[in-house]
Design a protein around this ligand. Structure first.
Ligand code: SF4
Ligand code: SF4
Length: 117
C-alpha cells in the first residue's frame, strides 16, 4: 500500500527530500510523474492508467505535505523502510488502507519509474 500523510502534519518539510521517488510535495504545489523519475511524455502506468508524465497535476492537499500514491513504492527497491515515516517527527506518514499493493506491484512501480537503477 502507499503511504499517506495525515492532517497531523506540521509542515516541517523533513520528509520531502528523503523520498527516492519524489512522491512528496508541499501543500498547494503541483506535482508531475516526471519529477525525479525517468518518465517523460505519454506513458501507461503499471496500473493501466494513461498519463502525460510532463503535465502538472493538481495538488492532493492545499494545506499540508502530501504523497502522490502513484509514485509511492513504500520505498521498495531503494530502502528497507519508508523513509518519510522514518524522519517524520510527529509520525503522521502512515499506510493508506485504501491503496493496498503487493510487494511485486510496488517493485514493478519502482522499476517502471527508475529503469536505469
Ligand atoms: S514511503 Fe518512500 S516512496 Fe513513499 S512517499 Fe515515503 S519516502 Fe516516498
Ligand atoms: S516530516 Fe511529517 S510533519 Fe514534516 S512535512 Fe513530512 S509529513 Fe509533515
Amino acid at each position: 500500500m502507499a503511504i499517506i500523510i495525515t492532517d497531523e502534519c506540521i509542515n516541517c518539510g523533513a520528509c520531502e527530500p528523503e523520498c527516492p521517488n519524489t512522491a512528496i510535495y508541499e501543500g498547494a504545489d503541483d506535482w508531475r510523474y516526471a519529477d525525479g523519475t525517468s518518465l517523460e511524455g505519454k506513458v501507461v502506468l503499471p496500473n493501466g492508467k494513461e498519463v502525460d508524465a510532463d503535465e502538472s497535476q493538481e495538488p492532493i492537499s492545499d494545506e499540508i505535505y502530501y504523497i502522490s500514491p502513484d509514485k509511492c513504492t513504500e520505498c521498495k527497491g531503494f530502502h528497507e523502510e519508508p523513509q518519510c515515516a522514518a524522519v517524520c517527527p510527529v509520525d503522521c506518514c502512515v499506510p493508506d488502507d485504501d491503496i493496498v499493493e503487493t510487494e511485486e506491484e510496488l517493485l514493478g512501480k519502482q522499476r517502471f519509474m527508475h529503469p536505469e537503477e
